[in-house]
Design a protein around this ligand. Structure first.
Ligand SMILES: [Zn+2]
Length: 56
């Protein structure tokens, strides 16, 4: 288990191994979260609409 690289999208539950570069990694209150490519697009839209200064 120590070199497990699989990740799962925290929104839709999609999994990938290893995490594709198109996925977003963000650190939140619950630790590191991954967003898959399609959820990233939705997330960017929401963030750009509400919290532009929080996006990195
Ligand atoms: Zn997703």
């Amino acid at each position: 288990m120590s070199d497990k690289t699989a990740v799962s999208c925290s929104w839709c539950g999609a999994t990938a191994d290893p995490a594709p570069v198109t996925w977003t990694v963000q650190t939140g209150a619950r630790g590191i979260e991954y967003l898959c490519e399609s959820c990233t697009r939705d997330n960017v839209r929401k963030i750009e609409g509400s919290l532009p200064t929080e996006w990195w």
